[in-house]
Design a protein around this ligand. Structure first.
Ligand code: AMP
Length: 306
């Protein structure tokens, strides 16, 4: 079976949306990525750090869902990364209210021996220095995927550029693509980001879907129109997890297969937003996944004479 290394935050989140407010609940980029990637036929190894305040039951949940958590360091006298955000009424934009790095501030990632030969590496959102550390420990990787956000562009841009130069795929949201490239048009932004290193650029547009760019080719996948969206937190990471998990399990990293990976990513993201935090991601069944894949097909299928 193929192996997928996932690095990213395992965190506490406090979220406010027009539908309600949560206290500290389970969140983090690696958590959401792992929860969707673990649906595929690939071994998922998480690399992250938490504090002594992190409940054992959360760690148990991650391993019960099939993730290898040997690479999740527990710093007994430290505090877990904490993020808090408030969504606007459109649910597509949010303000970050707090980002407390805590144990993440001096984290040295250690990829477990058994995952050093992983074929696919998913660099989830966290400090680019940690992402670089993971790249160095996974020399056999055939596909390296990077996700990042404005926080790291603002605070560690030079190092982020070092990471971007080393990856095959970058997944980024539309506003961040504009910030990184200095271009308003997403086509121009993708073109510029290609010159920074990644051969594939995925631009996530929230409820408006996702675009995949490769050389002169472009593919677009819609997001599934949903009647109820409770909490978009983690949708981007969940998308990345589905994308990476599918590619790792199929061991085919071509543009054609990446189109399918984008649909899988969008499919998982459609579940993530239906409940607060990770709740919905913990209960998806294979039947539900297949039903929604059919909905994706129906949504984009049409006949026309041209
Ligand atoms: P998303 O909604 O996909 O952008 O991801 C939200 C998740 O990312 C939350 O669960 C947060 O814990 C985590 N997060 C927020 N800010 C950061 C950051 N600066 N670095 C790493 N992870 C973050």
């Amino acid at each position: 079976m193929s192996k997928l290394v996932v690095v990213g935050t395992v965190a506490f989140d406090a979220i406010e949306t027009p539908f309600g407010k949560t206290d500290k609940i389970l969140g983090g980029a690696a958590t959401f990525i792992g929860l969707s990637a673990s649906h595929f036929n690939t071994e998922v190894g998480l690399v992250s750090v938490v504090g002594g305040d992190f409940p054992q039951e959360y760690l148990d949940m991650l391993s019960n869902r099939g993730m290898n958590i040997e690479g999740v360091e527990v710093v007994k006298d430290g505090k877990t990364f904490f993020w808090s955000g408030k969504y606007h009424n459109d649910m597509n934009t949010r303000d970050t209210l707090a980002t407390e790095l805590n144990v993440l501030a001096d984290f040295n990632p250690v990829v477990p021996e058994s995952f050093k030969d992983a074929e696919v590496v998913m660099l989830g959102n966290l400090h680019p220095a940690v992402q670089l550390g993971v790249i160095e420990q996974t020399p056999a990787a055939k596909l390296i995927i990077l996700d990042t956000m404005n926080f790291w562009m603002d605070s560690a841009l030079d190092m982020l550029h070092e990471v971007i130069a080393k990856v095959d795929v970058i997944t980024i949201n539309d506003e961040e693509a504009r910030q990184l490239s200095g271009e308003y048009s997403l086509v121009a932004a993708a073109r510029k980001i290609h010159t920074m290193g990644p051969k594939y650029v995925v631009i996530k547009k929230g409820e408006h879907g996702a675009l995949l760019f490769h050389e002169e080719q472009i593919f677009f996948a819609p997001a599934l129109p949903l009647e109820e969206v409770f909490d978009p937190t983690g949708a981007g990471d969940t998308f990345a997890g589905g994308f990476a998990g599918f590619l790792a399990s199929s061991e085919d990293y071509s543009f054609e297969n990446m189109k399918r990976a984008i649909i899988y990513g969008s499919n998982f993201a459609s579940f993530c937003v239906e409940k607060f935090g990770t709740e919905r991601m913990q209960s998806i069944t294979p039947e539900e996944i297949n039903t929604r894949l059919e909905q994706f097909k129906a949504l984009t299928k049409f006949e026309i004479n041209a």
